[in-house]
Design a protein around this ligand. Structure first.
Ligand code: ARG
Length: 494
């Protein structure tokens, strides 16, 4: 271990460090206190500029400021209630944190990379504002349990925002599905025309995916919403703290149990990223269909111009950029899930600085999800024009009602395999003559099975086909209306 360490520590117990043996053209930090807030006494020289920049997280973790202040307030109030902090100190801290909150909101707070992260920046400013009380705030606490608490608080708020956007998307999808409960389109398997379905039914398939996403987010939220504070650096604290009080003030449902796990666990972030990745995959699948459907080859839908862009060279082009980008952005969210998993995979207990790398993937996951859901809700609510005739025409091609004919023969006594074979031969015959099954006269159809009756054509219409799938989960318009109503009832209240 020591052989590969670029920093040679010399002297006996003095803690003196020889200069970094790696060449560094940056001058050492001029700051007198080791360029940091919390441990200057231990060190005889400041970190280099390069190390300072490399280790600092304030550029991105300042997004946690509100959560950090809320956590500090609850901690200070608890310390005072437990007699660990004087009432005067607690009220000075409250006053100082209120000022800091206002400064951050006004954009006048001075963030310093010298103070590494959001926690040290706020603590240093607090001390500047209220003196010793600020220095007492960190009693019985470590940045390890502090950052885990902040991240959970922040993510809880983010999940709630995402849930609201997801509900809006689902509502738009249900509305569109209801409007198209009778619109017939080809259902596909292997991207080949398979059986007629209704567009409403097809759209509600996505609603079913998004409903599971909402469940997953709600379930994940329960495990996000547990309090690590009180675990201190890793082993707990010798002060008589009241963790339950802090939890209830911050709205946490439970305490994180084991202190070692509490400070190092990032399962909650990984679970969230997994739920987010799957939600992006569902949106990506839907968008893939919108891209296909809006191409002139399909012509099933027209996307409103405000969701599309043109080409700088080909004047005729109208490109479905929004669905394409949603499809593309699913890649980065899946990437963030991988980043978080790999971040954790070989970490020994307890906290390691590696964990500072959890924030950017998590933040970007949330930002991407919020943006994507918002634009998709808008697109589905206002931007999709359906070409009912094109959909219907496509469903009439490709022998989509062949299964209906086979089912008809089965109802008249044929074993299903024989019926399947008879209809396959009929399809080949129709194909050879360039017509659809429905265009073959009864006598011709009867050549393939003596069970074909005079009523056979009722079975071969698109409306007859979809209407016959009349059971819960089926594509019959009546079922689609019932499913849409049920889905709307299941939406969380606005
Ligand atoms: N900025 C750090 C992080 O994001 C805070 C915790 C630092 N704790 C420590 N012992 N170095 O994880």
């Amino acid at each position: 271990m020591q052989a590969s360490c670029p920093v040679t520590i010399v002297g006996k117990r003095s803690g003196r460090r020889k200069k970094n043996v790696m060449s560094d053209t940056s001058p050492p930090s001029a700051s007198a206190d080791g360029a940091t807030g919390g441990w200057s006494g231990r060190f005889s020289e400041p970190v280099t500029e390069r190390v300072k920049r490399f280790t600092a997280s304030v550029a991105f973790d300042r997004r946690l400021a509100d959560a950090d202040i809320a956590g500090s307030l609850a901690h200070a109030r608890m310390l005072a209630a437990a007699g660990i902090l004087s009432a005067q100190d607690a009220s000075d801290i409250e006053r100082g944190l209120a000022t800091i909150s206002a400064e951050i909101a006004a954009g006048s707070f001075e963030w310093s990379v010298d103070l590494e992260d959001v926690h040290l920046n706020i603590e240093r400013r607090l001390t500047a504002l209220v003196g010793d009380a600020g220095k007492r705030l960190h009693t019985g606490r470590s940045r390890n349990d502090q950052v885990a608490t902040d991240l959970r608080l922040w993510l809880r708020g983010a999940i709630d925002a995402i849930a609201t956007h997801l509900t809006a998307l689902r509502r738009a999808l249900i509305d569109l599905a209801e409007r198209h409960a009778d619109t017939v389109m080809p259902g596909f398997t292997h991207l080949q025309v398979a059986q007629p379905v209704t567009l409403g039914h097809h759209l509600l398939a996505y609603e079913a995916m998004f409903a599971r996403d909402a469940e997953r987010l709600a379930d994940c939220r329960r495990r996000v919403n547990r309090l690590p504070l009180g675990s201190a650096a890793l082993a707990g604290t010798s002060f008589p703290i009241d963790r339950a009080r802090v939890a209830s003030e911050l709205g946490f449902e439970a305490l994180c149990g084991n202190s070692l796990d509490a400070v190092s666990d990032r399962d909650f972030a990984i679970e969230f990223a997994a739920a987010a990745a799957l939600l992006m995959v569902h949106q990506s699948r839907f968008c893939e269909e919108l891209v296909l459907w809006s191409s002139p080859r399909f012509g099933f839908v027209e996307l409103a111009d405000r969701f599309c862009t043109g080409s700088s060279i080909m004047p005729q082009k109208k490109n479905p950029d929004v669905p394409e980008l949603v499809r593309g952005k699913s890649g980065r969210v899946i990437g963030h899930l991988m980043a978080l998993l790999v971040l954790m995979k070989a970490q020994p207990l307890a906290y390691n600085k590696d964990n500072q790398e959890d924030k950017e993937p998590l933040f970007d996951t949330v930002d991407t999800l919020v943006d994507t859901l918002a634009i998709m809700a808008d697109l589905v609510a206002t931007g999709i024009g359906v070409n009912v005739q094109r959909m219907r025409a496509a469903a009439s091609e490709g022998f989509a009602t062949a299964t209906d004919l086979a089912d008809y023969l089965v109802r008249r006594g044929a074993p299903f395999r024989d019926a399947h074979e008879a209809v396959a031969r009929a399809v080949r015959h129709a194909e050879a003559h360039g017509v659809d099954l429905a265009q073959l006269p009864v006598v011709e159809l009867r050549q393939f099975s003596p069970l074909v009756g005079d009523d056979v054509h009722q079975m071969l219409t698109l409306e007859g086909s979809v209407a016959s799938r009349d059971h819960p989960g089926g594509t019959a318009p009546a079922q689609v209306r019932a499913a849409a109503a049920e889905a709307r009832r299941a939406l969380p209240a606005a």
